[in-house]
Design a protein around this ligand. Structure first.
Ligand SMILES: Nc1ncnc2c1ncn2[C@@H]1O[C@H](COP(=O)(O)OP(=O)(O)OP(=O)(O)O)[C@@H](O)[C@H]1O
Length: 713
């Protein structure tokens, strides 16, 4: 099935079919063992896949595997010996004195125990990671909405796989007819039937491929959108702790690897599983003994890819992590190009990138080695299987247990089956690798944001009265450092309140809490008497607007930057707010006016221009609460004064919080809060605070004296 044709040209067997049956076998083995996933989330929001390892009647048994293996020992030995030593089944029960048989039994027991151990699923120690089989099931769950299409695909799949059995079946029959010198017309009929069935099989395969691939493309697109949506819903702490390179790599390359696995590997899995079912059924009808022997050999050789696959999957995860670290360096460098150039650190950044890439190269070498090793190991085990099957098949022929024609058919089926296994063994590590890629994607997709449930409150009228009540907060990255301690204050409607303090006092943190980027550990933040978390998100973000010191603009037109996040805003409204923010004049002078692109991160505008565009962007929403975090720091004194006038003159319309380092911008504020080491130490108006001769007085004196010095007064 495209994009992987699903047929392999084997030198010795001609065109052979491949199968993913082994993969399915391994997982159905774990199901047979009574395992099933339990999905829950830990307190940090990570999805945890845990596994109930054994059925309830076996839980609490400290030695379940040896016990089960020992109980199966004698029947297993009898079964094996019936193949190896014909007519000795009963004899073996009384032959424990024979060292060779005893050795054979223990050899079988050990092998069974190892197989059992290997097939039991992994337990998740790490929160947020899912077991490989869990990921596979999760991959399959993506297909659920398209179940009706898969029903059609399955029907075509069955018909096509069944049709493929015609060639070996009719070849066997023709052999019998030739050997028995039967009617030549029967020979012609057989050839016609065989051709018709094979052509029908090819047509159904084509239809199956078309439906399957269109469905898969749709699933790919949807998954990519789902992951991005899920990432965008995460709380700010997630973006603080997870590097941007990591997130980008998950949303782009990991999803591509995962969808490739869905479209090629999963298609192979389905296709060849069905084929293997038909092959084994036909083989069983011809010689049950030889079929059982083939299956038993398959059980043993599945160990090889299982072991090598686990190793290369671990390596694949490490390579991905290492690559994402290198990407992070490149991303950081490109986004800070001006800093890199101004400090002439191009070589330093190149070296940093090269050193990360060197780490990836080292891991890649191990990965290549592991891949080579697994290929060789798979080839050897496949060779051993072929020899074994030919040996026992030959014995059955000489014993006369199957007819000549049936033997030919059986050998043809068997060759398809073994070559399918051979291809499967070769691709098994790749499948594991793809499943490995999907683990992190699902980790992001299933991550529950650590935020309270979104609120629904949408009042008709909002006054804009903000209250901080005994708020204590530390950033998730440093949970032991309280950035705000027991902070209480009011931002009253119709007033400009200023927040001042030394660097690192926690001023911007107040803003971040107001914007609901983080949740305080203690205390409440209320808007008109209701906790801010109870307000509907869109409504809240429209009513509470912020302009920061370094506003982030996007690479779209200035008009669209001002109207960012709003659906229908006329050019006239945009121009009106731009005039209020004293941005209209400079925008009109640009080559394309409001349609001029702002450049990446607003890079084509100066710091002051960016701040004015950001102010217009906040004002266009007509917010009830406006927060300015050093928002005019890059403006010249004259423009800053003009903007201040606008704010103070329109103060009665809304609640304004002014965070500033420049003391001259805050002195007109009705209420001034002084923040020191995360605590409000003084509050009042400018004159009251100067009289107190406290921290505010010191800050004021410091700035005015340095201003006087600068002006030579
Ligand atoms: N995302 C974050 N994760 C961890 N710690 C942070 C984070 N943001 C700020 N901090 C820390 O919180 C403290 C207060 O920072 P904040 O930015 O609120 O101070 P500020 O008063 O606004 O400083 P400035 O005036 O220099 O902007 C600082 O020690 C800072 O290192």
């Amino acid at each position: 099935m495209p994009p992987y044709p699903g047929r392999y040209l084997c030198a010795d067997f001609g065109v052979m079919s491949a199968s993913n049956k082994h993969h399915e076998f391994a997982h159905s083995g774990s199901l047979a063992g009574g395992t099933f996933p339990i999905i829950s989330s830990d307190p940090r929001g990570h999805i945890v896949h845990s596994w109930s390892k054994l059925p309830s009647w076996l839980e609490g048994d400290p030695f379940p595997v040896p016990r089960i293996v020992l109980s199966l020992l004698i029947p297993s030995c009898v079964t094996v010996s019936s193949f190896v030593l014909p007519n000795s089944s009963s004899e073996i029960l009384y032959s424990w004195r024979r060292w060779d048989l005893l050795l054979l039994c223990y050899l079988f027991t050990t092998t069974s125990a190892i197989i059992w151990q290997q097939m039991s699923p992994f337990e998740d120690e790490e929160p947020g990671t899912s077991a490989p089989s869990g990921s596979l099931r999760r991959l399959l769950s993506l297909l659920t909405p398209y179940v009706h299409r898969f029903v059609i695909v399955s029907v075509f799949l069955i018909l096509s796989s069944w049709g493929e059995m015609a060639l070996p079946s009719y070849t066997g029959r023709m052999t019998d007819w030739i050997l028995n010198k039967e009617d030549p017309s029967a020979f012609r009929t057989a050839i016609t039937a065989m051709s018709l069935i094979t052509i029908s099989s090819a047509v159904t395969e084509f239809l199956c491929d078309c439906i399957y691939n269109t469905t898969m493309s749709r699933i790919h697109t949807q998954t990519q959108g789902q992951v991005l949506r899920s990432v965008l819903k995460q709380e700010m702490a997630f973006f603080d702790t997870v590097p941007t390179g990591d997130i980008t790599s998950r949303v782009t390359s990991d999803i591509t690897a995962m969808s490739e696995s869905l479209s090629s590997d999963l298609s192979l899995l389905m296709w060849y599983f069905m084929r293997a079912v038909f092959l084994s059924a036909y083989m069983c009808s011809l010689s049950p003994k030889l079929t059982i022997f083939t299956m038993m050999c398959l059980c043993v050789i599945t160990l090889v890819p299982k072991v090598s696959g686990t190793f290369s999957q671990d390596l694949a995860v490490k390579v991905q992590e290492s690559l994402s670290k290198a990407n992070q360096v490149a991303l950081e460098t490109f986004s800070n190009m001006k800093t890199v150039i101004s400090f002439a650190n191009e070589d330093g950044e190149s070296q940093r990138y090269e050193s990360k890439m060197y780490d990836t190269y080292q891991l890649n070498k191990w990965e290549a080695l592991a891949y080579g090793f697994s290929s060789v190991a798979n080839s050897f085990s496949s060779l051993a299987l072929k020899v074994g099957i030919l040996y026992f098949g030959g014995r059955l022929v000489t014993n006369g247990e199957v007819t000549g024609g049936n033997l030919v058919s059986f050998v043809l089926y068997e060759m398809q089956f073994t070559s399918a296994v051979e291809v499967l063994l070769r691709m098994y590590p790749d499948v594991r690798k793809a499943v490995g890629s999907s683990e992190k994607v699902f980790e992001y997709m299933d991550r529950i944001p650590q935020m309270p449930k979104p609120g629904t409150h949408v009042p008709h009228k909002l006054k804009g009265h903000i209250q901080f009540q005994n708020v204590t907060f530390s950033y998730p990255k440093h949970p032991n450092i309280a950035v705000l301690q027991d902070v209480s204050f009011d931002l009253r409607p119709g007033e400009v309140t200023a927040l001042v303090g030394q660097c690192d006092a926690g001023k911007s943190t107040v803003l971040q809490l107001l914007l609901r980027f983080y949740e305080p550990q203690n205390g409440k933040i209320l808007l008109d008497g209701k906790p801010i978390a109870e307000y509907e998100n869109q409504f809240y973000r429209r009513k509470v607007s912020v302009v920061s010191q370094e506003p982030a603009l996007t690479s779209r037109s200035i008009q669209r930057n001002i109207a960012y996040g709003m659906e229908k805003v006329s050019l006239k409204s945009v121009q009106d707010v731009a005039k209020l923010a004293f941005a209209h004049d400079f925008i009109s002078e640009l080559s394309n006016g409001y349609q001029t692109g702002a450049g990446q991160k607003g890079g084509q505008l100066s710091g002051g221009q960016k701040q004015r565009v950001a102010l217009a962007r906040a004002l266009v929403r007509d917010p009830q609460v406006l927060i300015l975090d050093d928002a005019t720091s890059s403006l010249d004194t004259e423009t800053e004064l003009k903007i201040q006038n606008v704010l103070y003159e329109n103060a009665e319309k809304r609640t304004v919080l002014l965070i500033s380092h420049r003391m001259n911008t805050v002195q007109r504020a009705k209420h001034i809060l002084v923040l020191e080491d995360g605590q409000i130490t003084e509050q009042g108006n400018h004159d009251d605070l100067l009289v107190q001769r406290g921290s505010y007085w010191k800050l004021w004196n410091k700035q005015t004296s340095s201003f006087q010095k600068e002006n030579g007064e």
